[in-house]
Structure formats: C-alpha cells, structure tokens
Design a protein around this ligand. Structure first.
Ligand SMILES: Nc1ncnc2c1ncn2[C@@H]1O[C@H](COP(=O)(O)OP(=O)(O)OP(=O)(O)O)[C@@H](O)[C@H]1O
Length: 239
C-alpha cells in the first residue's frame, strides 16, 4: 500500500473548549515493504497518528491519500470497507472476546466483515497463522486460559487474518518478555518482507532496531530520527 499524509493537523477539544493539538502539519509517506516506528512521550499523539493513518479518525486539516485515493472523498461505508480490506490494527489493549476460543477470536473479523470469504480457506489460513505464531496448541483455549504474551499474539494474528496491506501497531510489545518481543519484531519484519507496510508506535529498541525509518513525535511535530538502515542486520545484532 502507498500512503501519504500531507500537512495533516489534528485538534481535539474538551467540553470546556480547551484545545489540544497533537499533530501539526505532518507530512509522511509510506511505501510497500517499509517498517516505520514512531516514538515520543506519553500523550504526544502517537495513537492519534495511527488512527488517522488507519482512517479511523479524520484529521481536522490536511490530506490522507491511500493508493492514489484522497480519503476525504470516501463516505463512512467506503472507509469501513477500505479498513476491512486493507488495514490491520494491533491496538494497545489486546481485547479478545472472553467467550470465544482463540480460533474463533481470530476468525471474528472475517465473520463480521463485509468481505465474502470461503469458510474452508479461512480455516486453513487461521491454522497456518496460529502455527506460525506458536499458538496452534492453544486454538481451543479461551482468552483467560492464555498468558499475556499469548493473548498479544492472538490479537496480532487476528489483525492479519484478512491479509491487510497496512499493519498499524500501537505498542505491540509493551510489557512482554524478550522472547515474545523478539518473536513479534521478527514477525513484523517478515510481513514487511512480504510487501506489507508496517507502522508501529513504540519505545521498544527491538522494534526501532528493525525499522526502515524511525520518527519522533513531539509537540505536534514529526521528525525523522534515523536514516534507513539494514533491518535484518539490526535484528541479528539484537538476537
Ligand atoms: N477524544 C479526545 N478528546 C480530547 N483529547 C484527546 C482525545 N484523544 C486524545 N486526546 C489528547 O490528545 C493527546 C494525544 O493522545 P494520544 O492517545 O494520541 O497520545 P499517545 O502518544 O498515543 O499517548 P500514549 O503513549 O500515552 O498512549 C493527549 O494529550 C490526549 O489527552
């Protein structure tokens, strides 16, 4: 996916009319196969930026263009369709439905999404994703029967089940041990190798180490921190 933000600003107001401007004139381009990380202090606007990139939030100013389509031209149904076809969200809280098994939680976006799917090939896809993530033996477990790291991996698998072109991850490795952090870093990098675009809000050096570009966000301004590096080499150093 090719994604471009031009002069994007966003402002929130509370009920007393106080205004917060977490993004100011942000320009950003993302291409296929790139891994970008965004770092910055708590409350600086990282999630806001991810929500705008994922078309969950319309910026108050500026333009978001996805595969040559300016998103302001799309109505809400078209945006929902775009999200469910092309975008995978890994949110800060791995919210899994407590009464559904791991397999059912992963299948959920296909059941409720607008995209028709073949039941048999969906089952196969889920099986192979669960296998890749080391979760196949837990396919029939309920979320409360999993460890925190396993729950996070289920949430990631769920974000990938519809084969999105853009993956947006908000602190995907927070509070995980080194094994899980390394596994998730490797996994996100492999997705980029397959041509996916990956944007991650994080402070985790495992993730900033494998990124093609690292940005800092502070006081509304986005700055490039590091020039493109050799991501595989970075991962080997960290392993
Ligand atoms: N719906 C909202 N209404 C008003 N202000 C909001 C709203 N959502 C976020 N904000 C404010 O916008 C700022 C940016 O929030 P955001 O969640 O994007 O930050 P963040 O960098 O992701 O933070 P963290 O790292 O703590 O998750 C914060 O100061 C927050 O209080």
């Amino acid at each position: 996916m090719q994604l471009k933000l031009s002069k994007v600003s966003h402002q929130y107001a509370n009920k007393f009319g106080e205004v917060i401007i977490p993004l100011q004139d942000v320009d950003l381009s993302i291409d296929r196969g790139e891994v970008l990380t965004i770092i910055g202090p708590s409350g600086c606007g990282k999630s806001t930026l991810l929500f705008i990139l994922g078309c969950l939030l319309k910026p108050t100013q500026g333009e978001v263009v996805i595969d040559s389509i300016p998103t302001y031209r799309l109505v809400e149904d078209e945006l929902a369709e775009l999200r469910s076809r092309k975008i995978g969200f890994i949110l800060q809280q791995s919210v899994l439905l407590p009464t559904l098994t791991v397999r059912e939680n992963v299948l959920l976006p296909l059941w409720i999404g607008p995209k028709p799917f073949n039941k048999k090939s969906a089952e196969q896809k889920v099986t192979s994703l669960l296998e890749e993530s080391g979760l196949l033996e837990r396919a029939k477990f309920l979320p409360h029967q999993l460890s925190g790291g396993q729950r996070r991996r289920v949430a990631i698998v769920r974000a990938l089940v519809h084969d999105p072109e853009l993956i947006l991850a908000d602190e995907p490795t927070a509070e995980l041990d080194d094994v899980n952090r390394s596994l998730i870093s490797t996994w996100l990098l492999e997705l980029a190798d397959k041509g996916k675009s990956v944007v991650i809000a994080t402070h985790d050096p495992f993730l900033t180490g494998v990124a093609s570009r690292v940005y800092t966000l502070n006081k509304g301004l986005l700055h490039l921190k590091a020039k493109p590096g050799k991501s595989h080499e970075a991962l080997e150093v960290l392993a």
